[in-house]
Ligand binder design. Structure first.
Ligand SMILES: [Zn+2]
Length: 538
């Protein structure tokens, strides 16, 4: 026996690295093909693509390196290999991704259906990419140098990986913004990270069965004041990704809002959004909580402004040309305008204007009570700003015609963005024209608020969604527009003009709508009503 002969052991980090190299190289043929399809290799994309390969390997090392440690090393790596082999088969053969729907289907599949999917090719994938490497991993003589040294060694590896990812993202910001947002679907090809993370997400969601529960009632005492002898009609436009500083009504040098100017609309130039994403801002705008106390999960378990309006007997309708109402319109009439089935104004995509088409009929078929119509716009949803307006609105040129923002100059991106604002101005102008036609019968008003802003390359940032404390002005400073019909003669225009320079936020929407409709409830806070103090009788 020779005690000096070193045992041929493999360290946990090396085993992890070898496994991740196999996962990245062998299980992601489809992912690579999709990425190359979206970003054809050329002078401008070669370095970003190489950086993506490094970042993807680093990402896998972090994901599995955080779990595959000590006694868990081999089970975690083997689970990853087996999952990856089956996923790779389905992706390579059918071009499918193993996401939420697939996993839900799989959980509900019976043995017969599952057996129908077993083919020779599947077995080949399973054995070559899954079982064989798993046997090698299982039999590998794993070194263990004690907790302290192993933990330090792993921590170093993960730190290097995170640093590598950060450097890649900083070096190619535009490319990664486009990769993450424009080509959202690409992520679902990342194997086995995507199916495993999706499965974790679904398992987490199974624990929160609160969504189907009855929401907590808000303002059950809401009723319309007996003194209110008018009928009110509000068109409330929830804008998308619009920046206050790109509206000429707020002093932007380009004439992006000619119709709002002609209509005599009033801008509140110092308005801030609750969040920097649709999923936070939209429910927050309608919640009585206000942004200081806003919590998406809690808000989902409570009624919102639209429910309060219904308690008071107001006719409420939500038309949506965006993703959906983010849970706000679950209990009010809702129509999807993204598809030509409802929307009559569709070319390359269905336009926001289509939401105005049915409104006159809706108004005419509701002969009593106040009416609040919410129009949730597609607006300036990025990064494909050039898709957000019909060709007639391409006033600012040259406009970026790619959803890969890295492929355009900042000027081209800004041009496309401004053209989309110009189209929103047209849409708001049309909405005001509709309200004017109903001026005789109603006190009419248009409220327009964007849900959040957008970064357009300032400081290397694009798109939106940064956490509020980190978010730049451009993602939080949103346009807010008010317009009132001639029948709303209580308005003290001079008082409103004096007040309009104040700082307002999404918190003001809830109380301003209640105030305009003259709804009485203990939930109403006059200090958050923009129009408080702007009525002649007061
Ligand atoms: Zn949004």
């Amino acid at each position: 026996m020779n005690p000096s002969e070193p045992k041929r052991e493999i360290s946990g980090n090396v085993l992890l690295l070898l496994t991740c190299l196999l996962l990245v190289g062998g299980g992601n043929v489809r992912f690579v093909a999709q990425v190359v399809h979206a970003f054809p290799p050329g002078a401008g994309t070669l370095l970003p693509l190489l950086s993506l390969a490094v970042a993807f390997l680093a990402f896998n090392l972090v994901l599995f390196g955080g779990l595959a440690f000590g006694r868990m090393t081999k089970p975690v790596l083997i689970a990853a290999l087996l999952t990856a082999s089956v996923t790779a088969y389905f992706m390579d053969s059918f071009g499918t991704v193993i996401g939420e729907d697939m996993l839900r289907n799989a959980a509900q599949t019976d043995a017969g259906e599952a057996f129908d999917l077993v083919t020779f090719k599947l077995l080949a994938y399973f054995v070559l990419l899954g079982v064989l490497p798993s046997v090698l991993v299982w039999r590998a003589p794993l070194a263990w140098r004690g907790w302290r040294r192993e933990l330090i060694g792993r921590a170093k590896l993960l730190a290097v990986c995170l640093l590598a990812i950060a450097l890649m993202v900083m070096a190619f910001g535009g490319f990664y913004a486009s990769f993450i947002r424009a080509h959202k679907a690409l992520r679902s090809y990342a194997n086995p990270a995507y199916p495993l993370l999706t499965a974790l997400k679904l398992a987490g969601r199974a624990n929160e069965a609160t969504a189907s529960m009855k929401p907590a009632v808000v303002a059950p005492d809401a009723h319309i004041s007996k003194d209110d002898r008018h009928r009110e009609l509000i068109v409330l436009v929830v804008g998308e990704t619009a920046r206050a500083d790109r509206f000429s009504i707020n002093g932007y040098a380009r004439d992006t809002t000619p119709r709002l100017r002609e209509a005599g609309a009033i801008s509140l130039p110092d308005f801030r959004s609750c969040g920097t994403s649709t999923a936070v801002s939209v429910p927050c705008m309608f919640s009585p909580r206000g942004m200081a106390r806003f919590d998406p999960k809690r808000a989902a378990g409570e009624e919102n402004l639209l429910d309060v309006l219904q308690h008071a007997g107001v006719n409420v309708l939500w038309l949506d040309n965006n993703s959906d109402s983010k849970g706000v319109a679950l209990r009010v009439p809702y129509r999807d305008y993204k598809s030509p089935a409802n929307n009559t104004v569709c070319d390359t995509e269905c336009r926001d204007e289509g939401m105005l088409e049915p409104l006159q009929d809706y108004i005419d078929s509701h002969p009593a009570g106040d009416i609040v119509v919410v129009l949730h716009q597609m607006g300036n949803h990025g990064p494909a700003y050039y898709k957000r307006y019909p060709p007639a609105f391409e006033k600012f040129q040259p406009a970026c015609k790619s959803k890969d923002l890295g492929a355009c100059s900042r000027e081209e991106i800004g041009n496309a963005y401004d053209n989309a604002i110009l189209y929103t101005d047209h849409f708001l102008g049309q909405a005001i024209a509709l309200l004017k036609r109903n001026d005789a019968k109603f006190e009419t008003a248009l409220f327009y608020l964007s849900d959040h802003g957008e970064s357009l390359g300032e400081g290397g940032l694009y798109l939106h969604g940064l956490p509020r404390p980190l978010a730049p002005e451009s993602q939080l400073h949103v346009p807010a527009i008010l317009w009132f019909g001639s029948n709303f003669n209580e308005l003290d225009q001079a008082a409103l003009m004096r007040k309009r320079g104040q700082r307002f936020t999404h918190d003001h929407l809830f109380h301003t709508v209640l105030g305009f409709l003259e709804i009485r409830t203990s939930a109403y806070k006059p200090e958050l009503d923009i129009l408080d103090g702007c009525r002649k009788e007061e």
